[in-house]
Design a binder for this molecule. Structure first.
Ligand SMILES: NC(=O)c1ccc[n+]([C@@H]2O[C@H](COP(=O)([O-])OP(=O)(O)OC[C@H]3O[C@@H](n4cnc5c(N)ncnc54)[C@H](O)[C@@H]3O)[C@@H](O)[C@H]2O)c1
Length: 345
């Protein structure tokens, strides 16, 4: 059984990934290292908590002694690095923890992998030649697009928020550890994910949560900021491909080819809620959930548009998204409706 270290596995994407991976493969043991910040929820992993192929360790990726011990104790042969501070609004209010977790934490993991897998720079220990470090990153490192164009793997980095700058910094560390030490790395930069397990603070859960509570649904600025939405399970299949088949030192962009602006998202969700859980069925007086949509002052430095060109992962690794936005958002709304059946705010 090959042991892989998954960091941040109790968060949104990491927990979806662990469930996807354990369902698909029987020959891996996943060691989930998660600090359990406000963004984590171990209940998502209830179905695997007694699975012998799954181990949970509560701890910080910046704790070098702990990370090194995990590499030794479990003889870690691969890393899937999800752990991060991930909310742009929080990074504007308090950037320091983003630098600590996203940059220092990534550095700590890279160093532990290098120590366990390498004898000296460019010289892996015998038997450790194929150990892979997969860094999960974001399309926000590329900055903002105008009305046209797409982010490609060769688009210059131009991060605009403390969050995206910290992710860009971590990407550069991973790149350097490949070039300098020969670490077998792969980086994936993906667009906005949505689906089950996303924290209530993010856009789509916020729209659902506020609507179900009959409260104003806040939309930044004019609501015309565009994101390219990727269903989380499609992201997991892309990660799986890049981890197993990606070329060492390469970057792959993963995006759903589903551009929507925030106002369109709010209209789609409120229409679905109107169909699946009409306000009257929840004791609300509002006639239609869309009447709750309220514009609020824009986020400082708010990037206008992100859109990914996923040609490289599609053509080189054969990846395809299974969901379009209409099918994915229906599944997502249904999941939150079940989870928040009695939610009041
Ligand atoms: N959600 C998206 O739309 C999106 C898009 C692009 C890239 N990403 C990237 O994907 C990764 C996962 O994102 P997510 O949305 O699942 O994030 P999330 O905020 O839902 O989860 C992050 C997890 O990391 C853990 N964590 C935070 N600091 C830690 C530390 N110091 N040590 C150990 N664990 C720690 C948290 O407890 C949490 O479980 C992140 O690296 C993020 O930058 C996310």
């Amino acid at each position: 059984m090959t042991s892989l270290l998954v960091t941040g596995g109790a968060g949104f994407i990491g927990s979806n990934f662990i469930l996807y991976f354990l369902e698909k493969y029987s020959n891996y043991r996943l060691i989930n290292l998660d600090k359990l910040t406000y963004a984590a929820d171990l209940s998502y992993l209830k179905s695997v908590e007694n699975d012998p192929r799954y181990v949970f360790i509560q701890g910080d990726i910046r704790d070098a002694a702990l990370v090194q011990k995990l590499f030794r104790d479990y003889d870690i042969r691969g890393v899937l690095h999800f752990a991060a501070e991930s909310h742009v609004d929080n990074s504007i209010r308090g950037p320091e923890i983003f630098i600590e977790t996203n940059i220092k934490g990534t550095f700590t993991l890279l160093e532990a992998a290098r120590a366990h897998w390498f004898e000296s720079p460019q010289k892996p220990r015998a038997g450790y030649e194929h150990c892979r470090f997969h860094h999960v990153s974001t399309d926000e490192v590329y900055g903002s697009l105008g009305e046209t164009g797409f982010f490609r793997e060769d688009t210059p980095y131009a991060p605009n928020s403390p969050y995206s700058a910290s992710k860009a910094g971590s990407d550069f560390l991973v790149r350097a550890w490949h070039h300098t030490y020969g670490l077998n790395t792969v980086i994936t930069n993906c667009s906005n994910n949505y689906g089950p397990h996303q924290h209530a603070e993010k856009l789509i859960p916020t729209i659902i949560r506020k609507a179900l509570a009959g409260e104003p649904i806040p939309i930044y600025g004019d609501g015309k900021n565009v994101r390219d939405w990727l269903y989380v399970r499609d992201h997991c299949s892309g990660l799986d491909l890049a981890f197993h088949k990606g070329k060492a030192g390469e970057t792959y962009n993963i995006g759903g080819r589903n551009e929507r602006n925030n106002l369109e998202i709010a209209h789609t969700i409120t229409a679905l809620l109107q169909e699946l859980a009409p306000p009257s069925s929840r004791g609300l007086t509002v006639a239609h959930y869309r009447d709750l949509i309220t514009f609020v002052p824009d986020r400082p430095g708010h990037d206008r548009r992100y859109a990914i060109d996923a040609t490289k992962i599609e053509t080189e690794l054969g990846w395809r998204a299974n969901e379009n936005f209409e099918t994915g958002i229906r599944k997502t709304v249904a999941w939150y409706l079940e989870r928040w059946a009695d939610k009041k705010s």
